[in-house]
Every structure is written in C-alpha cells, then in structure tokens.
Design a protein around this ligand. Structure first.
Ligand SMILES: C[S@@+](CC[C@H](N)C(=O)[O-])C[C@H]1O[C@@H](n2cnc3c(N)ncnc32)[C@H](O)[C@@H]1O
Length: 274
C-alpha cells in the first residue's frame, strides 16, 4: 500500500471519529476537497500526524469547535454572481408577488451576506413585510456572525458594485451604518429573519418553502450525499417553489426524478412541479 492510500485511510478514520464523537457527518463530502481541508488543519495544528490531531479532537470539544471552521468553506459575498440577482428580481419576484405570505430558506448561509442581500431585494420590491426568512448553517460560529451582520470595510466596495450590477434600485449605503471600522447592516433587514443551526446531512426537511437558496454548498458534497440533500430540499418546497443553486452547480439528471424543471437555466434557478 502506498503512503497516499494509508493517508486516505487515516482521513476516513478521522472523519469517522468526528461523526461518532460529535455527530457532524463529513464522511460523504467530496473526497478530494475534504481530504485537502483535513490536511491543512493538520498542518495548522502543529501535530505530527492525524492520530495526534484525532486524539485532541476527541478529548477537547473547544478545539473541535475551532477545527470545524477549518473543515468547511465559508467564503461568501453579498449579491454574489450579480446576474443571478438580476434574474431573481425580474423573473422570480413577479411570481412571489402573487403569494400573500412568503417562506424563504437560506441553507448554508455562512456569515449571512446572502441573507441580507435577499432582505434588501424583498424590501425594494415591497415584499419584505410578507416574508419569513430562515437562515441556517452547520457552523455555530458562522451563524453568530450572520446574526450580528457586521462586515469589514474592505468588502463593502464589492458588495456595492454587486448590488448595482444585480439590479439594486436604491442606494446600498442606506442599508448599513459605519461601525467599529466596518459596517453593520440595518436591524430592519433582520426583523423577519430567524437564524438557527441546521445540518443538511442529518437534519429533517422543513416544509412548504416558496424559495430555497442552497448556493455553493452542494459542490463540497460527494454524489450520494448531494442526491440525499437534494431530496431533502425537494421535500421542503411547496408546489411551484424555487430552488436556487450556485453558479457551478446543476441538478443534471436528478432534476427530472425530483420533479424540478429549469426556470432560468443559466442562473441555476429551478422550479418544483409538485
Ligand atoms: C461556501 S459557503 C456558501 C455561502 C453562501 N451560500 C454563498 O453562496 O455565498 C458554504 C457553507 O455551507 C455550510 N455547510 C457545509 N456543510 C453543511 C451542512 N452539512 N449543513 C449545512 N450547512 C453546511 C458551511 O458551513 C458554509 O457556511
């Protein structure tokens, strides 16, 4: 057996240990990506081998809490892929306007950028008051940041450009105040948002959503897990509900079996038929 194969076994055992000790199931994440992140976490820890890292993970919950952040990718951006938001405003919003109440689920919301983006779109389209937004993620730390809604000044320029390119109709600066060397998103944008932990791998579907955003999350999952999670998402949508995936993700052959049809295919927006 060559060293890479041995390392592969060690990584699997490490993920198994995390699952048994803490219930976080990373075993079916895309192998190359999770392996890379485990090895980066090992290098950062200063331990000589995965056995040592595993021992610390098993015996020290606060250490694991930090490590979990390194095992998942949390990169996000407000109005990420602006053409998506432009399409959402012009083609999805008119359908949403026909519903008296809106339930919107942001899965894998990371540090909340997308959630505030949606809240801004709904505000400008006059739909915020009828919306309830559920913002969930696996990571407690990411959720804490999302709830706070503070971002560094360096990213605001990008957020502003994205907002304008995504069809923003107002002044982005009106949605935040300068705070602590960064910006704090307005409290009003959070009024109808519930933030809570939800694990797409192990937690249940929750139902009758009109829109689910699951952008840039499935790319980190292996094929079987991806299929299981898409099943959960399809069970969580009402008839005619919208599923929004990230730019590099597509439903492929699963679309038909899960009763999704393309709504705006180039933006990965799908509609659930039943
Ligand atoms: C790259 S971020 C995507 C953020 C945002 N959706 C976007 O597109 O900008 C991926 C997020 O998925 C979350 N995640 C990973 N595995 C998850 C799981 N099993 N259940 C829920 N969230 C998960 C990570 O914690 C991370 O915050």
């Amino acid at each position: 057996m060559n060293p890479a194969e041995v390392e592969d076994i060690e990584v699997r055992l490490f993920l198994e240990a995390i699952h048994r000790r803490y219930g976080y199931d990373l075993r079916d994440y895309a192998p190359a990506s999770i392996r890379r992140r485990v090895l980066l976490a090992l290098a950062k820890s200063g331990h000589a081998h995965l056995g040592q890292l595993q021992h610390e993970v098993l015996t020290c919950p606060p250490f694991f809490a930090h490590l979990l952040e390194d095992l998942t990718v949390r990169v996000s951006e407000m109005f990420r892929d602006p053409s998506f938001y432009r399409a959402f405003r012009t083609q999805v919003v008119p359908v949403l306007r026909t519903y008296p109440l809106l339930k919107i689920w942001h899965t894998g919301c990371a540090t909340g950028e997308e959630v505030y983006g949606t809240a801004i779109v709904l505000t400008e389209e006059g739909l915020y008051e009828r919306a309830q937004i559920y913002a969930t993620d696996l990571s407690p730390q990411a959720l804490a940041q999302a709830k706070e809604g503070t971002y560094s000044s360096e990213v605001v320029k990008t957020f502003t450009e994205n907002y304008q390119r995504g069809g923003g109709t107002g002044n982005f600066a009106a949605y935040y105040t300068e705070a602590y060397g960064g910006v704090a998103m307005n409290e009003a944008l959070r009024r109808n948002v519930s933030f809570f932990q939800h694990n797409l791998v192990s937690d249940h579907a929750f139902g009758e959503m009109h829109v689910i955003f699951c952008r840039n999350v499935l790319i980190y999952f292996g094929n079987d897990l991806r299929e299981r999670v898409l099943n959960t998402l399809s069970q969580s949508l009402c008839a005619g509900g919208f599923l929004c995936l990230g730019a590099s993700e597509r439903l492929g052959r699963l679309g038909e079996s899960l009763a999704f049809s393309d709504f705006i295919s180039e933006e990965r927006i799908y509609r659930h038929e039943n």
